[in-house]
Design a protein around this ligand. Structure first.
Ligand code: SF4
Length: 475
């Protein structure tokens, strides 16, 4: 039977901040557009390229770096490998020269101020995050392609709106929490074991495990960098980075020179409640400050919410059970399955569902991963996930200045703490007595998304975005 299948590595993707839907997705769309032109032997015939941004991509695209992302994508650069410290100079060069080298092969005139159109009042019906690429060829013909960035870095092209990520046969097809529980009961396997079996459809078990550890390495490097980088975030809001100062204060001069000795230094401080709480906040702040600075991050399941899962996993490593590869893999596989069920039953896109789709889902994922690692049953894992989302229902998206900074960065600390509380509650409960199932909360989240006013769906037209007086430079 063929069905929509989402891999762990579709949920966790290495990329560049600040937004999976507004940066990573448009970047991938631009890459696909130029690659398609090249495959059709039309790339070298292009004389002009224009990009039209609709809906939420127009309204918050400047703050989220959509214009930067599409230029890098048109150049054929890859968000997984492109050196983040080269972004500014490359973008400045394109603006100064008014030229862009498509796919690194073919140079055309391109003025970002003229050729990237932020269509503030227009949107396309399928999804609020839409963008169209228009290429004019030397014989006067033109090629146009429209893409939708549907959240979490997932991109679909017009005409492929089913949204299916892969069509493969999995041993355990899962579209709901109920399906997942069915397979767990039938096989006696844990959630992470079910996921590992399914991942065999794509690659060997060894490669899946190595891939999960690579994801954790990138998350951990991002967190470590964020904990050691002070300063002011870009974008004009003058938001001060806090993780580095907090890291320094909490360690109170203890020596370390790498992640492992840093972890030992953290460990040596004990596990007093306020100390632990401060560290969880510090981990989450660090990742999202990196994200806001166009740093390398992992979508989990989005960039805006990229700090929740690393913060909770780092909490587990530092304060619960130590640094064990098998547990890290177990955490990430379990969390990814929950993210995948939310994507299938609701959305990972703030432009569709507000912040409940980002921080809410990341918190539900982290709660699940933590609960399985702490020895919870499959039902307790789902209960933890349900509790975490239940208390994010209705959470709106209203980023000030359209930047992924306020409320986004702090919101990751809240998502992480709620995930830990939800896990602990589930571990102390009997899931058979729970009144709300995970599937019921996913449906409720989706119903709430449909009812939510568009002002609170990543438009910066409502909430904090209009009530906090801040002046951004016109640019
Ligand atoms: S408010 Fe939430 S959903 Fe909106 S940009 Fe910030 S983190 Fe993402």
């Amino acid at each position: 039977m063929s069905h929509e299948a989402i891999s762990v590595f579709d949920i966790f993707k290495i990329g560049i901040g600040p937004s999976s839907s507004h940066t990573l997705g448009p970047w991938r769309a631009a890459q696909r557009f130029v690659q398609t032109l090249d495959q059709k032997n039309k790339l070298r015939e292009v004389t002009e390229v224009r990009v039209l941004l609709y809906g939420s991509l127009a309204k918050t695209g400047k703050g989220h770096g959509t214009d930067i992302a599409v230029q890098l994508g048109l150049c054929g650069d890859d968000p997984v490998t492109f050196a983040v410290d080269q972004i500014e100079s490359k973008i400045n060069d394109i603006a100064a020269m008014k030229k862009i080298v498509l796919l690194g092969i073919h140079e055309v005139d391109f003025d970002p101020r003229e050729d990237i159109d932020f269509l503030m009042t227009e949107k396309l019906p399928f999804h609020p995050n839409a963008l169209t690429f228009l290429a004019t060829l030397n014989n006067g013909d033109s090629v146009a392609e429209t893409y939708y960035s549907i959240g979490g870095g997932f991109v679909i092209k017009e005409g492929e709106e089913t949204g299916a990520v892969h069509s493969v046969d999995l041993p355990f097809p899962i579209t709901s929490a109920d399906n997942l529980l069915h397979w767990c009961i039938k096989t006696g396997l844990s959630i992470s074991e079910i996921v590992l079996e399914n991942e065999n459809a794509w690659r060997s078990e060894k490669d899946t495990k190595e891939g999960a550890l690579t994801i954790w390495r990138v998350m951990k490097e991002c967190m470590y960098r964020g904990c050691h980088t002070p300063g002011i975030l870009p974008g004009g809001l003058n938001v001060k980075r806090r993780a580095a100062e907090l890291n320094k204060r909490l360690l109170a001069g203890k020596p370390y020179n790498n992640y492992v000795s840093w972890l030992s230094a953290i460990n040596s401080g004990g596990n007093d409640f306020k100390y632990t709480l401060d560290w969880v906040s510090c981990f989450a702040l660090a990742v999202n400050e990196e994200n806001a600075s166009f740093g390398r991050v992992v979508t989990a399941p989005t960039n805006g919410a990229a700090g929740v899962i690393p913060a909770v996993l780092q909490y587990y490593i530092a304060f619960c059970d130590g640094n064990k590869d098998e547990k890290i893999i177990q955490f990430l596989l379990t969390a990814a399955e929950i993210g995948s069920i939310f994507k299938k039953g609701a959305t990972l896109s703030a432009a569709m569902g507000g912040c409940q789709a980002e921080i809410g889902v990341s918190s539900a994922m982290a709660a699940a991963g933590l609960t399985e690692c702490m020895g919870g049953t499959q039902k307790q894992v789902m209960m933890a996930s349900e509790i975490a989302m239940e208390h994010h229902l209705g959470l709106t998206c209203d980023p000030i200045g359209g930047l992924v900074q306020v409320p986004c960065i702090e919101r990751n600390t809240m998502g992480a703490i709620k995930a830990i509380t939800a896990s602990q509650l589930a571990l102390q409960s009997t899931p058979d007595f729970a009144k709300v199932s995970l599937d019921a909360v996913i449906k409720t989240m989706w119903d709430t998304a449909l009812d939510m006013n568009h002002k609170y769906k990543e438009t910066a037209d409502g909430g904090l975005a209009i009530n906090v007086p801040l002046s951004l430079p016109e640019c």
